[in-house]
Design a protein around this ligand. Structure first.
Ligand code: ATP
Length: 245
């Protein structure tokens, strides 16, 4: 087990934002967190990438408590796209060492994969939401991280770029923890899904085990018809709007 959330709890102002959350992420797995707005997904992820210290419990990377490790900060002021992506290599370089040929090739490949190479010399502050999101994904990829933690990485992306990003994640073999709102995309990309409601894990398992009409009704309060995807067999949810008044 690479990553383990062990009875994680986060409290703020006497309110439990995350309660007793335990979840395991195996090597090479893509584990999704889904749930309604405000259910604690981002708060849980913040504990994983150490932006937030849990009130109780722990996040363990290879059985080592992450809160004991140092935190690296990052700022994204007015850098160019190429500079931001290159910053992803910083943890692998010594001091002010410049990027070598292999490093530059890695950055170039990631920018090509995320379709931002043509933006290499643009300032990040001038980008659209989706372009910026893709630049941040390219930076994450060039880090060659042991665990990639992504909070709604498809936010702002058009459907082609959503599919391309998730396809890339699948092909990367990386261990990924990802928050997604789109349950159909979550079903397609995740090996396992954890469902949060009011800060607590209410279901966890494969997409097929978890994404049932009953669970969607109970957690999201909506009716959905769940059908197997005709090509992949993944559960897919069909929604219909209420009848017009
Ligand atoms: N620092 C904080 N102080 C007080 N309340 C907070 C703080 N951070 C988050 N919250 C509250 O905790 C709850 C969970 O927030 P969180 O961002 O984890 O939800 P989420 O599941 O990621 O939601 P969304 O789907 O809307 O992105 C929300 O009600 C939010 O308002």
């Amino acid at each position: 087990m690479i990553l383990r959330l062990d009875a994680l709890g986060v409290e703020r102002n006497g309110r439990a934002l995350v309660r007793d959350l335990s979840l395991e992420v195996g090597a090479g797995q893509i584990v999704g967190l889904v749930g309604p707005n405000g259910s604690g997904k981002s708060t849980a992820l913040r504990c994983v990438y150490r932006a937030l210290a849990p009130t109780t419990g722990a996040v363990l990377l290879h059985d080592r408590d992450l809160t004991a490790l140092t935190q690296e900060g990052g700022s994204e002021l007015d850098f160019t796209v190429a500079e931001i992506v290159a910053l992803g290599r910083a943890p692998h370089l010594r001091g002010n060492q410049a990027l070598g040929a292999r490093e530059q090739e890695l950055c170039r490949r990631a920018m090509t994969q995320l379709d931002v190479l043509h933006l290499a010399d643009r300032g990040v502050l001038t980008l659209s939401g989706g372009e910026r999101q893709r630049v941040l994904a390219a930076r994450a990829l060039v880090q060659e991280p042991e665990v990639l933690v992504l909070d709604e990485p498809t936010n702002h992306l058009d459907i082609r770029h959503q599919i391309e990003l998730l396809t890339l994640l699948r092909a990367s073999g990386l261990t990924v923890v990802i928050v997604l709102h789109d349950l159909n995309l979550a079903a397609a990309v995740c090996d396992r899904i954890g469902v949060l409601a009011e800060g607590a894990l209410v279901a966890a398992g494969t997409p097929r085990e978890v994404l049932t009409a009953r669970l969607v009704r109970a957690v999201f309060g909506i009716d959905a018809t769940v059908v197997p995807h005709p090509l992949t067999g993944d559960p897919q949810l069909l929604y219909s709007l209420g009848a017009p008044a």
